[in-house]
Design a protein around this ligand. Structure first.
Ligand code: IPE
Ligand code: IPE
Ligand code: MG
Ligand code: MG
Ligand code: MG
Length: 332
């Protein structure tokens, strides 16, 4: 793999797919009133983002011979749904910045964020219904399973905020829901559109699961290490909110004495102040968790890559391999 697709070709290929998504999204909400609802919807949809989920959907479909245009409504559906989860997640996480701009509830208010999210959820179903396929019923069942799993993950994430102890197994369970479920469904929709057989569907799910873990642990890591402007979120936001990230949980497990007490205080005290974020970063580097997280991300990402060998070989699989590798190295 990768030999047939060069890095240059990969970039052109994924840029083309991202453009397809980016140029279609704004057309979904034109000439709509009331402005109080739709301006927030346009704001989030036009706010950029890596468009990782629609790429997964388009590439999975292409692997099984489905044209990008045919799979596009499915790809748009998962991106729109993702944007819905971001708007509500920012309310739940008390987050002020997203994609380098104020979050919807900060720019307007919480009512706007709730409605904006509700509308996006409905829009994502509308997009799914536009798919011209005999697989619509299976796609809807897959989709609804994903929605439930994601909500369960988000519920655990908020529940963990109040807990003194969370194990790594519990953490993994939680991220499989809040992040893995949508990556899996994005791939599954592509596979279903291409009438992939049971074995291939299983491989897509397995790959999505590994990817979800790599992606969320990377997100937790970047919360404290990101330097790239495109990160667009408050640095240390998770620590300030007292979130149980992979890094914090492992830092507590790996340290003892004064070092451990320092990290435990973050949980007991409901988070730390902005002025303590760089000290937290230093202490995490010293404890070895930054390096450990890096290795775990690479490990899950390598497992996802292995799944590719069991899928129909061609340009789509090669492109996905590049995408997986570059996601594991992402800086934002
Ligand atoms: C953020 O997702 C939420 C997580 C699941 C970590 P992304 O990192 O894909 O956000 P955008 O769409 O690129 O902004
Ligand atoms: C990602 O969780 C899961 C969802 C948004 C559903 P995070 O809370 O870590 O995502 P960010 O960091 O706010 O993007
Ligand atoms: Mg969250
Ligand atoms: Mg969040
Ligand atoms: Mg995060």
């Amino acid at each position: 793999m990768t030999e047939s697709v060069t890095l240059d070709q990969f970039k052109r290929y994924t840029d083309r797919l991202r453009n397809l998504v980016d140029k279609t999204l704004p057309h979904l909400v034109v000439d709509k009133a009331p402005e109080g609802l739709y301006r927030s919807v346009r704001y989030i949809l036009e706010g950029g983002g890596k468009r990782f989920r629609p790429l997964l959907c388009l590439l999975a479909a292409e692997m099984f011979g489905v044209d990008n245009e045919i799979a596009l409504p499915g790809a748009l559906a998962v991106e729109v749904f993702h944007n819905f989860t971001l708007v509500h997640d920012d309310v739940m996480d008390n987050a002020d910045e997203r994609r380098g701009r104020p979050t919807v509830h900060v720019k307007w208010d919480e009512s706007t964020a709730i409605l904006c999210g509700d509308y996006l959820l409905s829009l994502s179903y509308d997009l799914l219904a536009r798919l011209e396929t005999g697989q619509l019923r299976s796609i809807l069942e897959t989709y609804n399973r994903m929605v439930v799993h994601l909500c369960e993950g988000q519920a655990l994430d908020t529940e963990f905020e109040q807990r003194q102890h969370v194990s790594i197994d519990e953490y993994i369970d939680m991220i499989d829901g809040k992040t893995g479920a949508l990556l899996i469904a994005s791939l599954e929709i592509g596979g279903l559109l291409g009438d992939a057989d049971r074995a291939a569907m299983g491989t897509l799910r397995e790959m999505g699961g590994h990817l979800g873990r790599a992606f969320q642990i990377q997100d937790d890591l970047l919360d404290i290490t990101a330097k790239d402007k495109r990160w667009g979120k408050v640095i240390g936001g998770d620590l300030m909110e007292g979130k149980k990230t992979y890094l914090l949980l492992r830092a507590i497990e790996r340290t003892s004495g004064e070092r451990r007490l320092w990290f435990e205080r973050i949980i007991k005290g409901d988070g730390i102040g902005k002025d303590e974020v760089s000290e937290a970063r230093e202490r995490m580097i010293d404890s070895g968790v930054i390096g450990e997280a890096d290795n775990v991300i690479k490990e899950y990402s390598a497992r996802a890559e292995t799944c590719l060998t069991r899928l129909p070989q061609g340009a789509a699989v090669d492109t996905l391999q590049w995408l997986i590798r570059r996601m594991a190295l992402r800086m934002y």
